[in-house]
Design a protein around this ligand. Structure first.
Ligand SMILES: [Zn+2]
Length: 286
């Protein structure tokens, strides 16, 4: 067992004594149990609908974890060597786990034209920014991990690690994030932050694993694997409905059927598409 894993296990055992679970997004102390792994519980905030792990680490511990402790197989945390990077850049990441074609197709469906200003929120080491740039968008990146943001220089990218620099570069036509919200200490704050730097009529676009009942009832085993050390929170449809500042949103999945629904969505009312899959898509119009 690695030290980080052992610390997590001990935190689960010791962290629950004498502390009450508090929702990381709305600070409510009203919660119900949804799932359990050894000493850690997954709770649902009965006020805002967020699913969150208890006990959990402080925001400061989380930021530290994302500098060096965070490991996932594949291109998420394994930084490619120079030769691999050159090949990936030449092939524009097509066919890899970091292929952004489906997101760029979604931009097309939403008539977000080349030249639009895009914020990649949680840009990691820049593979998405590279693809957005190649598709003609003007991209700004933000990443909490300083070493991974610095790696972006190898791709010719400047990735911000200080939020005020992103604010200085705003406003944006799109604030985009892929598999980021489930890693944040407070996903409501992350959503509000992104909306605050949008132009009027701009889009917040996010994809992430979720814990809505319609999905977890259909695939509890899959859902059970989604939360834990690396994913301390799971947003739900209920949480999004409570958190987004207005009902101008599409909540569904990045499927062909939902892309067709988005094409006919008017952008000014709430539309719920396919929420039965492990990955949820939200498109919010500011
Ligand atoms: Zn809450």
């Amino acid at each position: 067992m690695q030290l980080e894993q052992l610390m997590y296990f001990i935190q689960g055992f010791a962290g629950g004594f004498g502390t009450k679970p508090v929702c990381p997004s709305c600070a409510s102390q009203q919660a119900e149990g949804i799932d359990r792994k050894y000493f850690h519980q997954l709770l649902r905030c009965t006020n805002c609908g967020l699913l969150f792990r208890f006990p959990r680490e402080t925001e400061r511990d989380m930021v530290r974890f994302y500098q060096t402790g965070y490991q996932q197989s594949g291109l998420t945390t394994d930084l490619p060597d120079d030769e691999t990077l050159a090949t990936l850049m030449t092939s524009n990441f097509v066919g890899t786990a970091k292929d952004f074609t489906r997101f760029i197709d979604l931009f097309g469906v939403l008539s977000i034209a080349p030249g639009a200003r895009v914020l990649d929120f949680g840009a990691n080491w820049g593979y998405g920014m590279h693809q957005f740039q190649n598709a003609g968008f003007s991209v700004t990146g933000f990443e909490v991990s300083v070493p991974r943001a610095a790696f972006g220089e190898k791709l010719g990218l400047k990735i911000h690690t200080i939020w005020s620099n992103v604010v200085s570069a705003s406003p944006f036509d799109v604030a985009f994030s892929a598999h980021v919200l489930e890693h944040t200490p407070d996903p409501a704050e992350a959503i509000k932050r992104q909306i605050s730097v949008l132009k009027p009529g701009g889009y917040l676009i996010a994809v992430f694993p979720h814990g809505s009942p319609i999905y977890r009832d259909s695939d509890f085993e899959g859902f059970h694997k989604l939360w834990g050390r690396v994913h301390p929170v799971l947003p739900t449809v209920e949480f999004l409905t409570n958190t987004l500042p207005s009902s101008n949103c599409f909540i569904g999945a990045l499927t062909d059927a939902d892309l067709k629904r988005i094409a006919s969505w008017n952008g000014t009312s709430k539309f719920i598409g396919d929420t039965t899959r492990s990955e949820l898509l939200v498109v919010f119009r500011a």
